[in-house]
Structure formats: structure tokens, C-alpha cells
Design a protein around this ligand. Structure first.
Ligand code: PEP
Ligand code: MG
Length: 596
């Protein structure tokens, strides 16, 4: 930073930005701005396209070599499973077909490689980024990263990943490669404008134990190199140019947060048993195989939701039975002796589409089990894959987006067909595999008792249930403040579903985001919920709250909550509860206050 800039920075006032806590921990240090958009691409005509193609080939090879190195570093630092993230990029860079379009364009248009690579890849990236789907965005980031890597290698510029000191890295978008490569230095934390908590880079940051705050939108605009910043990965806050008092407060906070963290992690394997002896199950939601190594250290009692749609994105099409079976087997073996609940493809809505068709309102359209029942061959293959995995450990199957009892009956019939065909083929599987239904559509909620007659468990998907009950699009920022899981109508519906399941003699789980919200834990426990399934990093906190709660008291308290008229009333009662009984957990996970 020039001396002039330094003066300007020192004159700046403290600024707090809110984003998403992607990896827990607090760090206080100097910022290092990692610039990504330094490569300026010019459009040029070339006389010799063959030479241009050779230059491109060399840049692709160098890029593949770089990713290979990153892959090996990842294996060393976080193990084989997590390093697999880089296999996809390596495959992309070594797949000649992937570059066919670009090469053809260079030959035909006689334009320089930089220009064609940049325009062709950017088109794909832009299209994927427009999606609301996290996984599409992830794929966009991978392609963008590959594009930048090739452009840099075309310019024959070196990859810079070593630096002095112990900075907090601030960048527009943290890629998985950044997270691993930069961790070879003494990085205190990661900060980025874009990204979500479930991205590959965020998962890697958690595995590497580096605090991270993502999705800050404008962090790179406000931060300059060397500026002092504080990052709070628990609450998704960064403080730029903190005042002395703020630094002191966060230093103290860091001390007790670190203490709480190690306490929670050391107790994570203990069961979620209330003080008066009610045992519930606390399980993990898994989206990516790279999350599997997080199960054991976070004390997961199994996988309560294995989302299978990401497999389609990873392979670019619907993987066949054997490909799925291999992946499912890995999850089952990792979760042993606990069970894995595999959700059949939830295609459509805000998620992936496999057929090119336009729908005016995809949320109310051809999605989840509806689509799979219309394509029974896909469902049968998936059932066969899950059943194959069931020979290696405990599996369960779950249907998403069920609206009617008939859908459950039809899906069960197809499952039976899959079992019969496997038997004919002489393949072993668990004959008694449990089947469950996600309750996430209001009609299914009201029919819980009838649905329960056909399955072994129910699992509440509060993300969709809230959206459909309140008529609030879960992906629309304009109405984000109306998306309210604590709305009395949602809470009363939850209680109705849990009671209906219990009356039918089956267990009721929850795998929507609400299950991982510590503010809701005592209430869900008090409603009689049997299983909580949430992102791995939240499990030790949930277990701690449950272990220190008296079930009978929770039931009494919940009865009062269910009588309240507004979400605000419910939330303030729950906040008071958490703040007084679990102060440290409240301040690390819920509170957005800076002054604590
Ligand atoms: C839900 O709807 O609550 C759920 C868990 O499913 P998804 O978020 O994958 O739609
Ligand atoms: Mg859902």
C-alpha cells in the first residue's frame, strides 16, 4: 500500500459487514487482497491458428500439472476423500472433448487463444451463475477457475501462492484450489465477496480449520492490503478497521469461543440424551462426498439426508446404477455402524433439471417424486443402486416432494420391482430396508397419518414446507424477510406432523435447515422430534443443548410457544431461553450483535 493509501485507510472508520459464516473461528490480523481479475484479454487476429492451438495445448497441460500439484497438497493436508474435489477439475483439463469447441473456434475464426477461451468459457460460467442452485454456481466457479488458470498459463505468468506473514486473505471468490494452496502459508482466515456455506471451498476451510466468512458482496471494495480486519466465522461478520475497544472485545471473545469449540468437539461423540433420559438422534445432511470425513469428529449419529442431485451435476448427466452404487457404498461405509438415508433424486424446482423444458412455475411443477414416477426407469435404477449399497451397511430410502398417499404407494411398488429384479440377478441387499417420506408439501403434512401407514419414518423438510405454507419463494431475495420458519402456522404444522407420525407408531425426523438452528432445538425437542439432521458443523452444538435440557420442561415450554400469535413472540421467547441458559452458544451461533 502506498503511503497515501495508508493515510486514507487509517482515517477510515470501523465498518462491519455481514456475510455467511462458512468456517467457525475468530481471527484478527492484516488483510492480504488476492486479486483475481488481473488478466486483461484482448481480441486479436492470428495468421497461424495451428501455432495458436499448440500454444493453447501447452497452457492446458501446464494448468493440468498445477491442479495435479494442488491435488497432492490436498491429499497430504486433508486426505484422499476431500482431495477428490480436484479430480473433477483435473478430468476437465485432461478431457480433449471439453476443449473441442474452443479449438474449433480458434481454427475457424483465426482469433487468439486468450480471446476464444475467455469468451467461450465465460458464456458457460454466466449461464450457470444465473441459476439459484448452489451446485450450478459451484460448477461455474470450477470452470471459471480453469479459465483463469489457462489464461495465466497462456500469458506464461507464474502461479503466486506463497507470501510472507500471517494474513487474512480477502478475495472476490475463494476457489477450492485457493483454500488448499494458500493454506501452505500461515493464513489466519479467508474472506470472500461471493460463495455459500456449502461450497467446496467452505467445506475445505472447515477441514483445514481456517475461519472463513463468505458472501460478503463488497468486502474487496472496502479492504486494502495491510488493513486490519477481524473475522468472525461463527456469525459471518467481518470488522474492517476495528477500533481498539472492538479488537479487545473480539480478542476476549476469541479466547472463550476457542475454549467452547474444543469443549464441544471433545464431547461430540457423546449421545444426545436429555437430563431426564430422552435419547434423540443427531445426524448429518450430506451433499458432497467431501463432507464424509466430517461425520465422525462432529459426532454424527448417521446421515439423516444424503442429497443425491449433486451426483448429476458432478457427472454432467444422470449416473448409471453402478456409478451411483459405488458412491452410495462409500457413504454407507463411512457412516458405519450408523445408517444413511438416501433421498431419491429431487430434480426440478430450485434444483437441477435433466430435460430441456421450460416451466412457468417450476416450484409447483414437475419435480421430486412426481418426475421420478413419470420416469420409473430412473427411479428403479436408483433404488437398485441404494439396495446394492445396503449390502455393505445400514441404508434407508426417502422420497422427496410427496404430495399424495398414492405417490408413496406407487414408489413403494417400484421399489419392490427393483428388489425382485436384484434377487433375480443374485445380488445381495437388505430385504427390510426402511422407507420414509419427506414431509415438505402442506397436503402431505395434513395427510401425515395416512402416509405414515405406508412407511417406516417421516422426515420434515422445513425449507420447502415453509415456502409452500407461507407462499414465499425460498430463493427470492425480495421476500426473504417473509420466509419465516418460526411462523406459528409452520410450528403448529410441525407439531401436527410429529404427533401424526407418533400416533402411527413411527419416528419423525427433521432435515430442513431449522433442525440445525440452535434457537429451535429446545422447541423441536419439546414437540417430540426424534431425529435432527443438519450440516455436520452444527451437530456438537445441538448435542450439547440437548444434553443440558430437561425433556419434560421442554415440552411445557413448547406448549406455551405453540399458543403464540407471531414469529417475533416465539423467537424472542426462544432467544431469552438460549441467552440465559446457553450464553456462550447464543453468542457464537445466533447473536449478530457486535457488542458482546
Ligand atoms: C427441505 O426442503 O427442507 C429439504 C431438506 O430439502 P431441500 O432443501 O433439499 O429442498
Ligand atoms: Mg425440499
Amino acid at each position: 500500500m502506498s503511503s497515501e493509501e495508508k493515510v486514507r485507510a487509517s482515517q477510515r472508520e470501523e465498518l462491519i459487514l455481514h456475510g455467511i459464516g462458512a468456517s467457525p473461528g475468530i481471527a484478527i490480523g492484516k488483510a492480504l487482497l488476492l486479486k483475481k481479475d488481473g488478466i486483461v484479454v484482448e481480441e486479436k487476429s492470428v495468421d497461424d491458428p495451428a501455432a495458436e492451438l499448440a500454444r493453447l495445448q501447452k497452457a492446458i497441460e501446464r494448468s493440468a500439472h498445477e491442479v495435479e500439484k494442488i491435488y497432492h497438497t490436498a491429499v497430504e493436508k486433508i486426505g484422499n476423500d476431500q482431495a477428490k474435489i480436484f479430480e473433477a477439475q483435473l478430468l476437465m483439463l485432461s478431457d480433449p472433448v471439453f476443449f473441442d469447441g474452443v479449438k474449433h473456434k480458434i481454427a475457424k475464426s483465426k482469433k487468439n487463444a486468450e480471446f476464444v477461451v475467455s469468451t467461450e468459457f465465460s458464456k458457460q460460467v454466466d449461464q450457470l451463475r444465473r441459476s439459484e442452485n448452489e451446485i450450478f454456481k459451484q460448477r461455474a466457479m470450477e470452470i471459471d477457475d480453469a479459465k483463469n488458470r489457462i489464461l495465466r498459463n497462456l500469458a506464461e505468468a507464474k502461479l503466486k501462492s506463497r507470501f510472507e506473514g500471517t494474513p487474512i486473505v480477502v478475495t472476490s471468490e475463494l476457489t477450492p484450489a485457493d483454500a488448499v494452496l494458500l493454506s501452505r502459508n500461515s493464513v489466519l482466515g479467508y474472506v470472500s465477496d461471493f460463495g455459500g456455506a456449502r461450497s467446496h471451498a467452505s467445506i475445505l476451510s472447515r477441514s483445514l480449520g481456517i475461519p472463513a466468512v463468505v458472501g460478503l458482496k463488497e468486502a474487496t471494495k472496502h479492504v486494502t492490503d495491510g488493513m486490519e480486519i477481524i473475522i468472525d466465522g461463527y456469525r459471518g461478520i467481518i470488522v474492517i478497521n476495528p477500533e481498539e475497544g472492538t479488537v479487545k472485545k473480539f480478542s476476549e471473545r476469541k479466547e472463550w469461543c476457542d475454549k467452547l469449540d474444543s469443549e464441544l468437539m471433545s464431547e461430540a461423540a457423546e449421545p444426545a440424551l436429555t437430563t431426564d433420559g430422552r435419547r434423540v438422534s443427531v445426524e448429518a445432511n450430506i451433499e458432497l462426498l467431501e463432507e464424509l470425513p466430517l461425520l465422525k469428529p462432529h459426532g454424527a449419529d448417521g446421515i439423516g439426508l444424503f442429497r443425491t442431485e449433486p451426483l448429476i451435476i458432478d457427472s454432467g448427466s444422470i449416473p448409471d446404477e453402478m456409478e451411483q452404487a459405488d458412491i452410495f457404498r462409500k457413504a454407507v461405509e463411512e457412516a458405519k455402524p450408523n445408517a444413511v438415508i438416501f433421498r431419491t433424486f429431487d430434480i426440478g424446482g430450485d434444483k437441477i433439471f435433466v430435460e430441456d423444458h421450460a416451466e412457468q412455475n417450476p416450484f409447483l411443477g414437475w419435480r421430486g417424486i412426481r418426475m421420478m414416477l413419470d420416469r420409473p426407469e430412473l427411479l428403479r435404477d436408483q433404488f437398485r443402486a441404494i439396495l446394492r449399497a445396503s449390502a455393505f451397511g445400514k441404508c434407508k430410502i426417502m422420497y422427496p416432494m410427496v404430495a399424495t398417499v398414492e405417490e408413496v404407494i406407487r414408489a413403494n411398488e417400484i421399489l419392490n420391482e427393483a428388489k425382485v429384479s436384484l434377487k433375480k440377478d443374485g445380488i445381495k441387499y437388505d430385504e427390510k430396508i426402511d422407507v420414509g417420506v419427506m414431509i415438505e408439501i402442506p397436503s402431505a403434512a395434513l395427510m401425515s397419518k395416512e402416509i405414515a401407514k405406508h412407511v417406516a419414518f417421516l422426515s420434515i423438510g422445513t425449507n420447502d414446507l415453509t415456502q409452500y405454507l407461507l407462499a414465499v419463494d425460498r430463493t427470492n431475495e425480495l421476500v426473504a424477510n417473509m420466509f419465516e420458519e418460526f411462523h406459528p402456522s409452520v410450528l403448529r404444522t410441525l407439531k401436527f406432523i410429529i404427533d401424526a407420525g407418533h400416533e402411527a407408531g413411527i419416528k419423525v425426523a427433521m432435515c430442513g435447515e431449522m433442525a440445525g438452528n440452535p434457537l429451535a432445538t429446545v422447541m423441536l425437542l419439546g414437540m417430540g422430534l426424534d431425529e435432527f439432521s443438519a450440516v455436520s458443523s452444527m451437530l456438537p452444538v445441538l448435542k450439547k443443548i440437548i444434553r443440558l435440557t430437561n425433556y419434560k420442561n421442554a415440552r411445557k415450554f413448547t406448549r406455551q410457544l405453540l399458543k403464540m400469535d407471531s414469529a417475533e413472540e416465539v423467537k424472542s421467547a426462544l432467544t431469552e431461553y438460549l441467552k440465559t441458559r446457553f450464553e456462550r452458544i447464543y453468542y457464537t451461533t445466533i447473536s449478530k450483535e457486535n457488542s458482546d
